[in-house]
Design a protein around this ligand. Structure first.
Ligand code: NDP
Length: 306
């Protein structure tokens, strides 16, 4: 059993920033990066709204730099996924998928969120064969082809404009007659000639054959059913917070987001803190995640020194 003062679970902006601050506070953080080192940001291309980069910054480079900064300051950053947790008493017990068992005096949960799917059997059938929840990961495979993006939020608009640069045509399947996205993102979509928005439409079925996706069957609000021919079907309908492992102890809201106390990162379990998208249904930005990682490290430091 390894004893750790400050254990951080999650390798996104929140986790790395927590590791940077915890290292400088000399509370010897150990960070496990989880399934997706770099976090969700690595599924995007250029980040234009992270302060300090006048010309924007490549997402993967930003995350690599955050990680390196944490390591240089003394954080023990490891590959591995937390698979067991017992937060019933302190020190907390966490089991890692490589068999490592850890006793942690404080725990910072920065496990982020993952993409939502519609839940259609055909969508599951063609996952990885034309169905994807990450345009920047998979868009490359659809160069000069026709694709569809489901959703009307910032992510959907961002992914549609990204895909429009690669693909011949991009349909956006939007279930209402308005976008949820910010005005700036809506403008980008409107000014991109090869994006066609299909308003008031829901997907009934993803169509395909042995080679993968060939189309989608859509239904308009008025009941009209029609098919579109596409090679790629991209989901951009929001995310689920990755809190299940800790939910038996840590209070979550109806959607599974960890509830933190006021402006702090404290959860209902003393010594357990939460940072980033796993506790943020509202802002979900790299910069807000990083800021909350800072708060969590400062809260853990204060807790340990009390
Ligand atoms: P959102 O929750 O903002 O939007 C989800 C979209 O998917 C909505 O249009 C929603 O429709 C639609 N949707 C949800 N469920 C379904 C369904 N079952 N069938 C069809 N459509 C569905 O999620 P995002 O991932 O877009 O954004 C999350 C957060 O991240 C937001 O706060 C956003 O502002 C932020 N963000 C910011 C970016 C930036 O600033 N560069 C980039 C990307 C995200 P409806 O509107 O009808 O509910």
């Amino acid at each position: 059993m390894e004893k750790v003062q400050c254990l951080i679970i999650g390798g996104g902006p929140a986790g790395y920033t927590a590791a940077i601050y915890a290292s400088r506070a000399a509370i010897a953080p150990v960070l496990y990066e989880g399934l997706e080192p770099g976090g969700q940001l690595t599924t995007t291309t250029v980040v234009e709204n992270y302060p300090g980069f006048a010309g924007g910054v490549e997402a993967t480079a930003l995350m690599n730099d955050m990680r390196e900064q944490a390591v240089r300051l003394g954080a023990d950053v490891r590959r591995g996924v937390a698979v067991k947790a017992d937060l019933g008493s302190r020190p907390f017990h966490i089991g890692i998928d490589d068999g490592t068992e850890i006793e942690a005096e404080t725990l910072i949960i920065a496990t982020g969120a993952t993409a939502r799917y519609l839940g259609l059997p055909s969508e599951l059938k063609f996952r990885g064969m034309g169905v994807s929840a990450c345009a920047t990961c998979d868009g490359f495979f659809y160069r000069k082809k026709d694709v569809a993006v489901v959703g009307g939020g910032d992510t959907a608009c961002e992914e549609a404009t990204y895909l429009a640069g690669l693909c011949r045509k991009v349909y956006m399947i939007v279930r209402r007659d308005v976008f949820r996205a910010s005005v700036a993102m809506q403008e980008k979509v409107k000014s991109t000639p090869n994006i066609e928005v299909l308003w008031n439409c829901n997907t009934r079925e993803v169509l395909g054959d042995a080679n993968g996706v060939t189309g989608a069957r859509l239904e308009r609000k008025d009941g009209t059913v029609f098919d579109i021919a596409i090679d790629g079907f991209f989901l951009a309908i929001g995310h689920n917070p990755q809190s299940a492992l800790f939910a038996p102890w840590v209070k979550t809201d109806a959607e599974g987001y960890i509830v933190t106390d006021g402006r702090t990162s404290a959860t209902n379990v003393e010594g357990v803190f939460a940072a980033g998208d796993v506790q943020d249904p509202r802002y979900r930005q790299a910069i807000t995640a990083a800021a909350s990682g800072c708060r969590a490290a400062l809260d853990a430091e204060k807790f340990l020194k009390q």
